[in-house]
Design a protein around this ligand. Structure first.
Ligand code: ADP
Ligand code: MG
Length: 264
C-alpha cells in the first residue's frame, strides 16, 4: 500500500503526515527531507536550536509557506494540491486552501492580537468574519472560550491592559474559537517573562487533555517531558532524533545531548 493510500485509510489515519519535505529560500536550503507522523489526539514537541527550520515546518503545515518538495497530508488530505484523476495535481484555489486551513489553529511567539479590539472582540473576529457566525452567538461562544483559558473576567480589556501571559491565553482562545482539530504552537512562551510562562503552559496542558492534536515548538523541557507523546529534535533542517518523551533524558545522539545541556 502506498503512503497516500495509508493516509486515506480512515482507521488510524494520522492527523498530520509529513513526507520528505524540503524548503529552500533562494539558495538557503532550510529543510532537507523532513518526515514526521502525528497521530490524532497526541502532543508532539519539536525541539531544536534557533535556525534549524522549526518555524518553517510549522508554517508549511498551515500553508503560510509553500514547500520546495515533498508532501504534507492533513487528516489524509494532501495539503495545497488536489490530486487529479490522471495522476497529476493542481493547486488548490483560495476557497479550498481556506477549508484546509480551517482545521488548524496557530499560536505564535508574539501574540498578534488586534490592539484596537477587546479580548472578546479578538476571539469573535474569525468566527464572525470567516465563519459567518452571527455576532450575538459569536460573542457568547467567545466568552466560553475566554472562560476556558481562565479569562472570563478580562473579556472587555484591550490587549495593552493585559499581561503577556493573559494576551497569549487570549490568542489561544482565539485559535480555539474556530474549533480546529489541530493546534500548532510556535514557541508560545518564549516572549514571556518567566513568571508568566506557567499560566500559558497550564492552558496548553488543558487543551492537550481535551484531545486536540497539538504540535508545539518549545524550549520548555518540563512541559515536553510531561505532556508530549512524541518528541522530535531538529537541527540544520533535518530530524536528528525522535521518540517518546523519554529521549529527553536519554538522548541517543551527541547533537541532541549537547542541545539539551545548552537549554537545561
Ligand atoms: P527556527 O524556527 O528553528 O529558529 P526557522 O524556520 O525560523 O528556524 O528558520 C530556518 C532558517 O530559514 C533560518 O536560517 C532563517 O533565517 C531562514 N528563513 C526563515 N524564513 C525565511 C524567509 N522568509 N526568507 C529567507 N530565509 C528564511
Ligand atoms: Mg522559530
Amino acid at each position: 500500500m502506498s503512503m497516500q493510500e495509508q493516509s486515506l485509510d480512515a482507521a488510524g489515519a494520522p492527523a498530520i503526515e509529513i513526507v520528505q519535505v524540503h524548503k529552500a529560500f533562494g539558495s538557503l536550503h532550510v529543510l532537507k527531507g523532513v518526515s514526521l507522523t502525528v497521530m490524532p489526539g497526541t502532543v508532539t514537541a519539536i525541539l531544536g536550536p534557533s535556525g534549524s527550520g522549526k518555524s518553517t515546518l510549522l508554517r508549511m503545515i498551515n500553508q503560510l509557506e509553500t514547500r520546495t518538495g515533498g508532501e504534507i497530508f492533513i487528516e489524509g488530505e494532501l495539503v495545497g494540491y488536489k490530486p487529479l484523476g490522471n495522476g497529476g495535481l493542481r493547486l488548490l484555489d483560495d476557497k479550498e486552501v481556506a477549508a484546509q486551513r480551517s482545521k488548524i489553529g496557530m499560536v505564535f511567539q508574539r501574540f498578534n492580537l488586534f490592539p484596537h479590539m477587546t479580548a472578546v472582540e479578538n476571539v469573535m473576529e474569525a468566527p464572525v468574519h470567516v465563519g459567518g457566525v452571527a455576532k450575538r452567538e459569536a460573542r457568547e461562544q467567545a466568552l466560553n472560550e475566554l472562560d476556558r483559558v481562565g479569562l472570563a473576567d478580562r473579556a472587555n480589556y484591550y490587549p495593552a491592559q493585559l499581561s503577556g501571559g493573559q494576551q497569549q491565553r487570549v490568542a489561544i482562545a482565539r485559535a480555539l474559537a474556530m474549533h480546529p482539530s489541530i493546534m500548532l504552537f510556535d514557541e508560545p512562551t518564549s516572549a514571556l517573562d518567566p513568571e508568566l510562562v506557567g499560566e500559558v503552559l497550564a492552558v496548553m496542558r488543558q487543551v492537550a487533555k481535551e484531545g486536540i492534536t497539538m504540535v508545539v515548538v518549545t524550549h520548555e523541557m518540563g512541559f515536553a517531558r510531561e505532556v508530549a507523546d512524541q518528541v522530535v529534535f531538529m537541527d540544520q533542517g533535518v530530524v536528528v532524533e525522535h521518540g517518546g518523551s523519554d529521549i529527553i533524558d536519554h538522548p541517543q545522539t551527541e547533537r541532541f545531548g549537547a542541545f539539551l545541556k545548552s537549554v537545561l
